[in-house]
Design a protein around this ligand. Structure first.
Ligand code: SF4
Ligand code: ZN
Ligand code: ZN
Length: 321
């Protein structure tokens, strides 16, 4: 059979994308990805020209590629959170700071242990909490805090099509409707916190890896050593198996939910643009929702989920050390 050719220019291809029935050379893969990101941004009103945007960068392919794409659009600032996961975290930080230096852009680097007294491996000793659960909570908290402290309007993360479809599958299988309500490529600012956007939600994992290679972006290929505790993995495997038989499954599943289900049935459940009842955490001052069924002003001060979790991790750390 004839070697596949780029559908735009006829040159040799670097990637075929069955769900688009498409094949691209290096140059036109880059165009394709930029186009998908622009489409995502327009469709969901993610960014406007005067927004101050902060990109959360882990050192993995998706977030570095996102930073690369957004740099071309004039959004320059990145945030790296050091999780303290041994060599993996050290190499990640190196990759991210090298990128920032080469491009001459602003990087906010925060170290969890330095700022908050614990690292993610410390959380493995906490009962009834997974390290990944504590990690996710810590990331959300620190991203929000840095955005708030430095006056950013929008937080952008590198979640791709595979991530979002897998997350949705996990939520649907357990009918976790509150999580489904919050699953959106763009969540409006609420309660004093920045807007959150996922400009890569239309681009698959393979395409992101190919983009990084073509653009010469050095990224951390190895996975986090704690990933075994992350259930999303299994949902990704299941979707990849389906995608192999039925190209387009992931995209149909995710876009169908966003277009036909979420807005009609869940949009009112999400707290978008709804600042009612948000109070300041009595400990750290960050905005938080008061516990359900309790008035916010009953005298007890409210502590946010992060402060409660931090205390539990710190108590384990102090017993061990
Ligand atoms: Fe954090 Fe778990 Fe992801 Fe590792 S695998 S970075 S611990 S969420
Ligand atoms: Zn081409
Ligand atoms: Zn707090």
């Amino acid at each position: 059979p004839r070697a596949p050719q780029c559908q735009v220019c006829g040159r040799a291809v670097v990637i075929e994308i069955p769900r688009h029935r498409a094949a691209f050379c290096a140059e036109h893969l880059v165009d394709h990805i930029r186009g998908q990101v622009r489409h995502a941004i327009d469709r969901h009103g993610m960014l406007s020209y005067d927004d101050r945007v902060l990109v959360a960068v882990s050192g993995g392919k998706d977030s570095l590629a996102l930073w690369d794409v957004l740099l071309d659009m004039g959004y320059h600032d990145g945030l790296y959170l050091g999780l303290g996961i041994g060599d993996y975290s050290q190499r990640s930080e190196q990759v991210v700071s090298d990128f920032a230096e080469r491009r001459g852009v602003t990087l906010h680097a925060i170290d969890l242990a330095t700022e908050f007294g614990y690292s993610i491996p410390d959380a493995t000793g906490v009962k009834d909490r997974s390290a990944c659960g504590v990690c996710g909570l810590s990331k959300r908290y620190v991203f929000n805090k840095v955005a708030l402290d430095h006056g950013y309007d929008v937080m952008a993360t590198g979640h791709n099509l595979d991530d979002e479809a897998a997350q949705l599958l996990g939520n649907v299988l357990r009918w976790q409707t509150p999580f489904m309500a919050r699953q959106s490529p763009a969540l409006a600012a609420s309660g004093g916190l920045a807007k959150k956007v996922k400009p890569l939600y239309r681009v698959g994992e393979r395409e992101m890896a190919a983009y990084c290679i073509v653009r010469g972006l050095d990224y951390i290929v190895e996975e986090c050593p704690l990933v075994g505790g992350n259930t999303v993995h299994h949902y990704k495997d299941a979707l990849n198996e389906l995608e192999r038989h039925f190209p387009g499954t992931k995209a149909q599943f995710l876009y169908g939910f966003l277009d036909k289900v979420r807005d009609q049935h869940f949009a009112s459940e999400a707290d978008e643009g709804n600042d009612d009842g948000v109070v300041a955490c009595g400990e750290c001052g960050m905005p938080t929702a008061p516990p359900k069924g309790k008035a916010a002003h009953n005298g007890d001060s409210v502590r946010c989920a992060f402060c409660r979790t931090q205390q539990r991790v710190l108590s384990v750390v102090s017993t061990v050390r």
